[in-house]
Design a binder for this molecule. Structure first.
Ligand code: 5GP
Length: 220
């Protein structure tokens, strides 16, 4: 069985990335099927309707640092004064079982994962403008004013990192952007590297059939 494909998605906070991710996962409007979301650990408190084990694993700093010490993280980073990390358990066993995994991580974490998994597919999601980003952050009403100001302040340095990624999506319109993300996942599933076993099996069939075929076509 081929290994699963790993997808890294990064975007400044408020780019609409969470909606795009929901749209391509199971039950979403542009679901690609058999794609697992890697649930990160964070020390940030839950926002709105976020649920433990679905959006994040919400843990305190002590537990988070214990996990760092135990080497449980594939990567971790401090983002906007909180800690975020992807545990190996959320990713590695699933890839080994042939399941595709999608990670939502910041630019620092993405760099680390790209170094360890150069075969990963990386996607950067951009807001169409600063005004739209500001409007979305205020509009969703999830963060305090200072938190929004902090997120906006780092957005430029995050956006400038887009060149490290393989794909970029400018999220002007959510359906169009979701279709683009689904297309990237589907295209990755057709890489020869991924399909080698399946294609080799077809080639073997040809190799087995061709001598007989010759006998039929050229009996004289
Ligand atoms: P938020 O607090 O808005 O959910 O996320 C803030 C930032 O943390 C986003 O850029 C998000 O991609 C990033 N993030 C979420 N989970 C992880 C993770 O496991 N590792 C890293 N490095 N960043 C993460």
């Amino acid at each position: 069985m081929p290994r699963g494909e790993l997808f890294i998605l990064s975007a400044p906070s408020g780019s609409g990335k969470t909606t795009l991710i929901r749209n391509v996962l199971e039950g979403g409007r542009y679901a690609v099927g058999d794609l697992r979301f890697s649930v990160s650990h964070t020390t940030r408190p839950p926002r709105g309707v976020e649920r433990d084990g679905e959006d994040y694993w919400f843990v305190d700093r002590e537990r988070f640092h214990g996990m760092i010490a135990a080497g449980e993280f594939l990567e971790w980073a401090q983002v906007h004064d909180n800690f975020y990390g992807t545990s190996r358990a959320e990713v590695v066993p699933h890839l080994e079982a042939g399941v595709d995994v999608l990670m939502d991580i910041d630019v620092q974490g993405a760099e680390r994962v790209m170094a360890e998994h150069p075969e990963a597919h990386s996607v950067f999601v951009m807001p169409p403008s600063f005004a739209v980003l500001r409007e979305r952050l205020h509009g969703r009403g999830l963060d305090q004013r200072e938190e929004i100001a902090r997120r906006l302040a780092v957005s430029l340095s995050e956006i400038r990192c887009y060149e490290r990624y393989e794909y970029a999506i400018v999220n002007r319109e959510v359906d169009e952007a979701s279709r683009a993300l689904a297309a990237i996942v589907k295209a990755a599933r057709h890489r020869v590297r991924r399909l080698r076993e399946e294609v080799d099996a077809v080639v073997d069939l040809f190799a087995r059939e061709i001598p007989q075929a010759r006998a039929v076509v050229a009996p004289k």
